[in-house]
Design a protein. Structure first.
Length: 187
């Protein structure tokens, strides 16, 4: 069991994004040459999670989007946030953020539909989001010309710490009624 725990921990640590139990199982079976029970992997993950609860560790094992990954504990968020602030080149522009929000809430969606909502060309924003792997091509529409359909990627889910798009805030939670009114409200 201890050997399996170390292998599982190494896989989670080395994985660029979250790694799921089926993938862990496949890799371990290939490396160890034995059938590995899914419950053994789940027990190993639980053991690792318990060990990282200790205050001596800055990381914790989290399950996000059906995968496991090491994340910094909440008390270090401000420190990490400062580092992120210094990496401005990785920041998304306002146009890219708007495009990403439209895709997240309306997926699958074509570039033309995004442009109709935003009112401007979005070629550059869509290209940047694809490069950053926050969105992906999810198919082609059944309309004239078969335009490409875009949707959010697993990296999007990991980045925002959600399991599915159902976890996105509801639009009515973001914009309160009356927030978009022009002028004064009379009685």
């Amino acid at each position: 069991m201890e050997n399996v725990i170390q292998h599982v921990e190494a896989l989670v640590y080395a994985s660029e994004y979250g790694i799921g139990v089926p993938e862990i199982q496949q890799v371990l079976e290939a490396v160890l040459g034995d059938r590995i029970d899914e419950q053994l992997i789940l027990d190993a993950l639980e053991d690792i999670k318990d060990r990282y609860l200790n205050n001596n560790h800055i990381l914790e094992l989290k399950s996000i989007n059906n995968g496991y990954q090491f994340l910094t504990k909440p008390q270090y968020y401000n420190t990490i946030n400062q580092l992120q602030a210094h990496r401005a080149k990785k920041k998304l522009s306002q146009a890219a953020l708007e495009t990403l929000a439209i895709i997240a809430y309306r997926q699958p969606i074509t570039k033309l539909e995004i442009e109709q909502i935003r009112g401007v060309n979005c070629d550059y924003s869509v290209q940047r989001l694809l490069e950053k792997e926050l969105i992906k091509i999810v198919g082609k529409a059944d309309t004239l010309g078969k335009p490409i359909l875009y949707g959010t990627s697993d990296l999007f889910m990991d980045h925002f710490g959600i399991d599915s798009t159902a976890d996105l805030p509801k639009l009515k939670e973001i914009v309160q009624e009356g927030d978009n009114a022009i002028g004064e409200i009379s009685e």
